[in-house]
Design a protein around this ligand. Structure first.
Ligand code: ATP
Ligand code: MG
Length: 583
């Protein structure tokens, strides 16, 4: 079934979007013009942290609320742009005093607490490299990343240090300092109290010369398809964060912005730190994990205006019975965005009905550093589509052939999604893996590894990850299409679809289905679901087998791990499980 477009009435939007005419904005765009809106360092150069906080702290927005932190226990901590500049300056001085040099890696392993944000920005001021880790990683994934990323400093907490790092120290000879964010005293000469160091640090710091091409961030990918890769990003990425904050998030000075992603994932830094700060808006950080009631309460009480979340969270909200707007005043909210996985059309439409606003899907990757394709506030939404490429981004659909790649220009034909290199936040390397990096580029294009198609009006549609595509009876089937069809059934909360080798038809489409509360998993429902999917998808594409499961294996960032559904189904080795969510 295809969903009706969601039309936008510009007059009805509360705030006139920055981007109104997509084509015209694309034609008018230049990265030089974006650069000219940033300040740069005295004497030249560009430093991401200077642009994100110091620029505001020394200007009219010094006292504007930069970060409102909501603690798990109900504590609220408010930090202005001046406070953010001061905290990050002190952290930069701490690094300098410890002899941490330009380009050296500073890792963070901690929950979403203000110190994490000081550490991120302070590391960048020192022109060292920030690498955030998700705090719920176990010791082995932590070790792997610290080791592969050449960590010199780790900022963490006492409990996380004891539980996950202390025993690894011998295997991490390059790790010189551990800074404990919640320890009053030093443990020894290498395990230090961060509050003590911060208290002794000066409030002035001159950012050393920073080239836009200096390495700023190291981000490990989500590990959805295999071993996580370490993507290297540079200070110049600020231009993409700024531009996408304007074009896509549509940030305006009085916005209260909430990105629900953890900084351990790229969304949680590009959009949980940089884009909102570059725009000088109020950035909300919630320390707690997902909880539907808490989230609705935050949206209401904090008067969130622009909200950036993920399909996995939206699907969880969709499962909660009741009408959110009957219980909560969500009237401050004016824009909802989603990234990380395909957003089922059902979810876009649910947003419109249940929250009063459609959900704007956008597409990007750790490698792209920022949003590349998006549904814009002023643009009609075609539910299920990722939207259109950003001004400054050239995206095409290609097929691989004997002589490299060839662009597919006809509409609605599936192929690999490719981008023209040169946007500011493009990754500059996979750390310690030059060969793999080189393989991403063919004939002057970056190949994303995702399959997609473009319709006649220029909307892009996600088909699937190249690794997940199912080949059945001569058809290429993207799991997303099948999952979305199943989700239209009232009993289905979530589905994961794989191809299972079959001697007759190549691969057989198999669906793993999580039911909404109150539905019994039985043969009758199984047949009903197969019939339902056949009607929507046709017999060739509809699943032939359905298994009911309690939950789907997901990455800690909430992505369905189809490779794991498949290896478990086939009794094959499970591969890298470092990002598997197992609680
Ligand atoms: P790994 O590369 O380690 O397997 P990953 O690709 O999941 O993990 P990320 O960089 O976090 O790591 O995720 C980017 C991928 O997420 C994209 O390549 C795409 O497959 C998927 N994705 C992100 N946004 C969307 C979207 N809006 N629609 C469909 N897929 C999306
Ligand atoms: Mg990837």
């Amino acid at each position: 079934m295809s969903f009706d477009p969601i039309r936008k009435d510009l007059q009805a939007l509360r705030v006139t979007p920055h981007l109104v005419d997509h084509e015209q904005a694309r034609a008018a765009h230049s990265w030089e013009a974006v650069r000219a809106e940033l300040q740069g360092l005295p004497g030249g150069g560009l430093n991401l942290a200077h642009e994100a906080v110091d620029r505001h702290a020394s200007g009219a927005r010094a006292d504007h609320l930069a970060l409102r932190w909501l603690g798990k226990d109900g504590t609220v901590r408010d930090l202005s742009y001046a406070d953010m500049a001061q905290g990050s300056t002190r952290f930069a001085n701490v690094l300098r005093a410890l002899g941490v040099a330009k380009g050296e890696r500073v890792f963070a392993l901690m929950g979403r607490v203000p110190e994490l944000y000081f550490a991120a920005l302070g590391t960048l001021k020192n022109v060292s490299v920030f690498c955030p880790l998700f705090s719920q990683f176990g010791p082995e994934p932590v070790w792997q990343r610290l080791n592969r990323g050449d960590a010199k400093v780790l900022v963490t907490t006492q409990v996380l240090y004891e539980k996950k790092v202390a025993a690894l120290r011998e295997r991490l000879p390059a790790l010189q300092f551990i800074l404990l964010a919640d320890a009053e005293d030093d443990l020894d000469a290498t395990v230090r109290s961060l509050p003590r160091l911060m208290a002794a640090a000066s409030d002035t710091f001159t950012i050393p010369p920073t080239s836009p091409e200096d390495m700023a961030l190291l981000h490990f990918t989500s590990g959805t398809t295999g071993m996580p890769k370490g993507a290297v990003h540079v200070h110049q990425a600020a231009l993409t964060h700024f531009a996408t904050g304007r074009y896509v998030l549509d940030l305006h000075p009085e916005d209260v912005f909430w990105c629900t992603a953890d900084p351990g994932w790229v969304t949680g830094t590009s959009y949980g730190i940089f884009a909102p700060f570059l725009h000088g808006v109020t950035n909300l950080v919630d320390e707690a994990d997902f909880d539907a009631e808490r989230w609705y309460r935050i949206l209401e009480q904090q008067k969130v205006t622009v909200w950036y979340t993920a399909p996995t969270a939206i699907r969880r909200l969709m499962r909660v019975p009741g009408e959110p707007r009957a219980q909560h005043d969500l009237s401050a909210l004016r824009l909802i965005h989603s990234v990380g996985e395909p957003l089922n059309p059902e979810a876009v439409v649910w947003g419109q009905r249940a929250l009063g606003l459609p959900i704007h899907d956008n597409w990007w990757q750790t490698e792209t550093g920022g949003i590349m394709i998006a549904n814009y506030a002023a643009m009609d939404i075609r539910p299920g589509s990722m939207g259109k490429p950003l001004p400054g981004i050239d995206a095409v659909i290609v097929k691989r052939g004997e002589h490299g790649i060839e662009e597919i220009t006809q509409p609605d034909v599936e192929g690999e999604l490719a981008l023209k290199p040169g946007w500011p936040s493009m990754f500059r390397a996979y750390l310690h893996d030059e060969a793999r990096y080189a393989k991403c580029f063919v004939n002057g294009w970056y190949l994303s590894g995702d399959l997609a198609k473009r319709d006649a009006d220029g909307y892009f549609w996600f088909v699937g990850r190249a690794d997940d595509i199912i080949k059945t009876s001569g058809h290429m089937v993207g799991p997303f299409e099948v999952e979305s069809a199943l989700m239209e059934h009232p009993a289905v909360a979530e589905a994961g679809v794989i191809g299972k080798p079959d001697p007759l038809i190549g691969e057989l489409v198999k669906a793993f289905v999580v039911l909404k509360p109150g539905n019994a998993a039985n043969d009758e429902l199984r047949l009903d679901l197969i019939g339902f999917a056949r009607k929507r998808l046709g017999p060739a594409v509809a699943p032939k087998e359905i298994a009911f499961v309690e939950s789907l294996p997901k990455t800690r960032s909430g992505k369905i791990m189809r490779r794991l559904l498949k290896s478990r189904e086939l009794g094959l080795p499970e591969g890298d499980l470092s990002t598997l969510e197992n609680d």
